[in-house]
Design a protein around this ligand. Structure first.
Ligand SMILES: Nc1nc2c(ncn2[C@@H]2O[C@H](COP(=O)(O)OP(=O)(O)OP(=O)(O)O)[C@@H](O)[C@H]2O)c(=O)[nH]1
Ligand SMILES: [Mg+2]
Length: 295
């Protein structure tokens, strides 16, 4: 079960978001606000995934405790942190940023792998036609770049469902397929990779970034034979680096006899430079990620 924490200042809308998106509650404009005391922890099945949701009370004294005495309890084993900014509460935007930074810092300490999603919430209250400008200004003020996804949401339309579905799908379930693992790798290393091929134990290509994998086949067979003798970082991870048509080819045998082949976009550098080492490390990391998934 994935642990999700939802954090933000008091009255930013967290409990309403939980009620509407997870409990099917219909939002009422006149409903009185009732503060969450401490935190509320509940289990839900959302979009087919079982989650344990921690709705953290947003009053300052609570936030200080969550990031202080209770930090380990609240921030350990977190899969996703959702941070809610109330976009029309400008007087408190600095305070909201303060606790966002503190929350992020605490999260990095106890759950370094956790995903982070940001909600710019209550966008229904922004004057019509001004949303884009408004959002841009807040983003600048908060010094947010594109590291974490930002969702513009309101409980009065479907935006909150779209955002929550995206958050649960992309974060809570982890990588869903080989494709998502590859996409991440490709995004990080685009300029250094010419071709990526993953072949299953029976020799069928599962992933190939080019239609034609024929020219690699010969290399593949050869790699099979030489890989035993090639450099390995540990018992369970073997890979080889070879030159092929004046490019480097990284090959590794994975679990269940899957084979990964990456054709780099360059030949062996004269000296081992930083970007080559980085790419090699990322390639090894890709093998490890894929192996977790094949098991
Ligand atoms: N206009 C508008 N109001 C909203 C929206 N979401 C929540 N609200 C209102 O915001 C107020 C605060 O909502 P809560 O969900 O209780 O706030 P909270 O973040 O849980 O507050 P704490 O429990 O004190 O941390 C309520 O009056 C909600 O009706 C929204 O999308 N648009
Ligand atoms: Mg609440």
């Amino acid at each position: 079960m994935e642990k999700i924490i939802i954090m933000g200042l008091a009255e930013s809308g967290k409990t309403t978001i939980v009620k509407v998106s997870a409990e099917g509650y219909v939002p009422q404009k006149q409903a009185p606000y009732s503060a969450t005391i401490d935190y509320k922890r509940k289990t839900y099945t959302m979009f087919g995934t079982k989650i344990s949701l921690f709705d953290l009370g947003g009053q300052k004294s609570f936030l200080d405790r969550f990031t202080g005495d209770l930090a380990e309890f609240i921030f350990s084993k977190v899969a996703v942190m959702i941070y809610v900014f109330d976009v029309i509460n400008m007087p408190k935007i600095s305070l909201a940023k303060y606790y966002y930074d503190l929350g992020l810092q605490t999260l990095k300490k106890y759950s370094p792998e956790a995903k982070v999603h940001i909600l710019f919430h209550k966008v229904d209250l922004i004057e019509k036609g001004k949303t884009e400008e408004f959002v841009k200004n807040i983003k600048e003020f908060l010094e947010l770049d594109d590291t974490y996804p930002i969702h513009e949401t309101s409980v009065y339309d479907k935006s909150i469902f779209t955002a929550m579905e995206n958050i649960i799908d992309t974060s809570a379930q982890g990588p869903e397929s080989f494709e998502t693992i590859f996409q991440k790798f490709e995004m990080q290393n685009k300029e250094f990779i010419d071709q990526m091929v993953l072949i299953d134990g029976r020799g069928k290509a599962i992933i190939s970034t080019q239609d034609d994998i024929f020219d690699l086949k010969e290399k593949l067979l050869q790699a099979h034979q030489t890989i035993e003798a090639s450099f390995s970082v540990n018992e369970s991870l073997k890979y080889s680096i070879q030159q092929f048509q004046s490019k480097l080819v990284f090959t590794s045998i994975l679990n269940n006899y899957f084979i990964l082949m990456l054709r780099y976009s360059f030949n062996l550098p004269e000296e081992l430079n930083e970007s080559y080492i980085k790419l090699l490390n990322q390639s090894i990391r890709l093998v490890q990620d894929l192996n977790k998934f094949i098991k």
